[in-house]
Write a protein that binds this ligand. Structure first.
Ligand code: BGC
Length: 703
């Protein structure tokens, strides 16, 4: 740091590209062509970092699209998520980037959040474990960046909303997963657009310094969210934000003057540069080696992994008998045709078209997957635009599969009217020498193929459509289609594609089976077909609750200027209010059956050691997920998920469960002293197969 000139040190505090020319480049597809570079100082050999987005894969080039994180959350399998991270890390490095911006772990406070698909679920413990696993995998090859710090779970109002949250709710509900990923050694943190308790997150000293540095001991660097992530150069630096991304924008224009006026000091500058350089040194052993060959990008091995994850992500929500037999799995060798209905069945529907958009090639639609698995069974496809024709086809078939849900048009990242004046943040002009260097760089970039599903998108298809979902129902025509098909064929299976919960009370009883398949990535069709045809036994479990009625959730106003986040959303809220969800948190059916017994909870000085046995009481190999929750001595506190474990169990066999729960997971926040206090008193530990499992076993422990 001492070897850098003052100008070079300032150079490290924002992205390397010019703002206006950079925005032009983005508008022309640049998002998918090159990483965003920052803090490169060639004179001293400082490599800086090169950021590529995620989280469903690498956004640059034509990378493998993995299922969206919400689907990966439904696997409840951190070891598998680590493998996804490993594959993404390799593709990222081969694409020329060094920092992966796709560890998105904001909590799903409400399933209407437009970017729900980018995170793992509604529970801090689960989200933290999955985010930590992705980080571990990625950081074998590159640096990872966790986002959006913090309390970012509304899209349309993200540039203006002020989230009011007290110390207890913040630390017990909205931050534990960030702390978990920080403890895992994540290289960087991205601040959020929204404000928390009155201060924009990019200028929020309470979050960026008092919590992140002073309380948690984070030693990596903090970057802003893009373009509008900070409003005041000096304030952001003093608050603890190290690098403004992605361009030379607010800081390049305002920081020199602010330093001269003494609004911020050179010590603040050096502290930020030191954090960055320190992190680059820490990762030098990882980053110094040559990147993997470009052949790993979209490689057969990575696609095979994407297919495994797509199958594991599918949650079987309903599977009723018709004529004495559950409808699923389908027998590929049986006679009788299959009617596949719904435009989404034949659509490459990878999810959002915003910053998480991965331009994967040759994606397998659900229809492709069903056709290739159906062997000799005839598959008829109708897009569903004529419900009567769809019903007629369903009536002729042995089984009907209706695919319905959401696309980038319905949910995802959204940039419209920010609802607050931000135009003054743009510079009036770029610096000519910075523009010249940038243009020379982009002139030599490799070409990227625009996949057909991207080329076909309707107007505004990137950041201009989507946003928050204002209603959790399926679209009216989809509901009508489901009803028409189900009336024609009792063996009707609904496949849901989308980023989070759909309220399905109005049609659920009409159909025999339901599978939530999320957005399954490059190999979505094969993953789903594996489940439908019983090549694998479904093991996905909901990472959120599906309420019977949207009114059972916290209020959600996508246009809010201000919102209060308390401790009550998701499964805790439903439990507190005595609301029976349609499908509880952690729910998912299987083609086999399981029993959980021998539950024991041993108290050790540092943890609770939970042990049990899962028996597969059916005749198919399968995997089960065991959940450990705790109610705390304080009757007014929400219960907590404190552990989970997925186990593979052969038919007729059994598998041991061993979950070590550190006592710190039961600690509670003392708002007066602004710290956690160790758990004390009587806790009820419940071990079951989902939240609210009537067969669960509860054990009382005194700590
Ligand atoms: C998003 C971030 C993303 C960044 C860079 C922003 O609009 O909020 O999640 O990482 O763009 O693509």
């Amino acid at each position: 740091v001492a070897a850098l000139t003052p100008e070079e040190r300032l150079w490290c505090l924002d992205g390397d590209a010019p703002c206006l020319a950079g925005l032009d480049f983005l508008a022309g597809g640049g998002y998918h062509r090159a990483p965003f570079h920052a803090a490169r100082v060639e004179r001293v050999g400082l490599p800086g970092f090169s950021f590529a987005d995620g989280p469903r894969g690498v956004v640059i080039g034509n990378a493998t699209a993995f299922p969206v994180p919400m689907g990966r959350g439904a696997t409840w399998d951190p070891a598998l998520e680590e493998r996804v991270g490993d594959a993404i890390g390799r593709e990222l490095r081969a694409s020329g980037a060094t920092l992966f911006g796709g560890v998105c772990i904001n909590l799903l406070r409400h399933p209407g959040w437009g970017r729900a698909q980018e995170t793992y679920g509604e529970d801090p413990h689960h989200v933290g474990e999955m985010g930590a696993a992705l980080t571990r995998g990625v950081q074998r090859h590159a640096m990872a960046c966790v986002k959006h710090f913090a309390a970012n779970s509304m899209e349309d109002a993200r540039f203006k909303v002020d989230v009011r949250v007290d110390d207890v709710a913040l630390h017990e509900v909205y931050l534990p997963h960030f702390r978990r990923v920080v403890d895992e050694g994540v290289a960087a943190v991205m601040s959020a657009y929204n404000a928390v308790n009155g201060a924009c997150c990019g200028e929020n000293r309470a979050l960026l310094t008092e919590v992140l540095r002073d309380e948690w001991g984070f030693e990596g660097f903090v970057i802003s969210d893009w373009i509008f992530g900070l409003r005041d150069a000096a304030r952001s630096l003093a608050a603890g934000l190290d690098v403004e991304m992605p361009y030379r924008m607010v800081r390049a224009r305002d920081l020199p003057g602010a330093l001269e006026r003494g609004e911020v000091s050179w010590a603040d500058v050096d502290r930020a540069v030191t954090r960055l350089v320190g992190t680059l040194l820490r990762f030098d052993p990882v980053l110094a080696g040559p990147p993997p060959d470009r052949a790993v990008i979209g490689s057969a091995g990575h696609r095979a992994l994407a297919g495994v994850v797509a199958g594991r992500a599918c949650v079987l929500l309903r599977n009723e008998p018709v004529a004495g037999e559950p409808v699923l799995p389908l027998d590929p060798g049986a006679g009788g045709g299959i009617a596949v209905v719904g435009a989404l069945a034949a659509t490459v529907n990878l999810g959002d078209g915003g910053s998480s958009d991965v331009w994967a090639l040759d994606c397998v639609t659900l229809l492709d997957g069903i056709r290739s698995a159906a062997e000799d069974r005839a598959v008829a496809y109708l897009d569903g635009s004529d419900p009567a024709a769809a019903a007629a086809a369903a009536a002729r078939a042995d089984v009907a599969i209706v695919v319905a849900g959401t696309t980038y048009r319905d949910e995802g990242e959204y940039i419209g009217d920010p609802g607050v004046e931000l135009g003054h943040l743009f510079p009036s002009a770029d610096e000519p020498e910075v523009v010249a260097r940038f243009e020379a760089e982009i002139a030599s970039l490799p070409a990227v193929t625009v996949p057909p599903h991207v080329a076909e998108r309707s107007e505004g298809g990137g950041f201009g459509l989507g946003g928050d979902r204002r209603c959790l129902r399926l679209h009216d025509p989809d509901v009508a289609l489901i009803r028409a098909v189900a009336a024609a064929n009792p063996r009707t299976v609904v496949v849901l594609q989308g980023g989070s919960a759909f309220v399905c009370s109005e049609w659920l009883d009409d159909v025999a089976a339901v599978v939530h398949a999320f957005h399954g990535g490059s190999e979505a069709g094969h993953g789903l077909a594996d489940v439908l045809f019983g090549r694998i036994t479904p093991s996905g479990r909901l990472p959120f609750s599906v309420p019977a009625d949207e009114a059972h959730l916290p209020p959600f106003d996508p246009d809010a200027d201000r919102v209060v986040y308390d401790r009550w959303h998701g499964w805790w809220r439903l439990q507190r209010d005595g609301r029976r969800p349609t499908f509880p948190f952690g729910f998912g059916l299987s083609y086999t059956t399981f029993a959980l017994d021998g539950v024991e909870v041993a108290v050790t000085p540092s943890s609770l050691a939970v042990t049990a046995t899962v028996r597969n009481t059916g005749d198919r190999d399968g995997a089960d997920v065991v959940f450990v929750t705790a109610t705390l001595p304080d009757p007014d506190a929400p219960a907590r998920l404190i552990g989970f474990q997925r186990v593979e169990v052969p038919a007729g066999g059994s598998a041991p469960i061993a979950i070590d729960v550190p006592r710190s997971r039961l600690a509670t926040r003392d708002p007066a002293r602004r710290r956690f206090v160790p758990p004390r008193g009587t806790h009820t530990v419940t071990v079951g197969r989902h939240v609210g499992d009537p067969q669960a076993t509860s054990v009382t422990v005194r700590l």
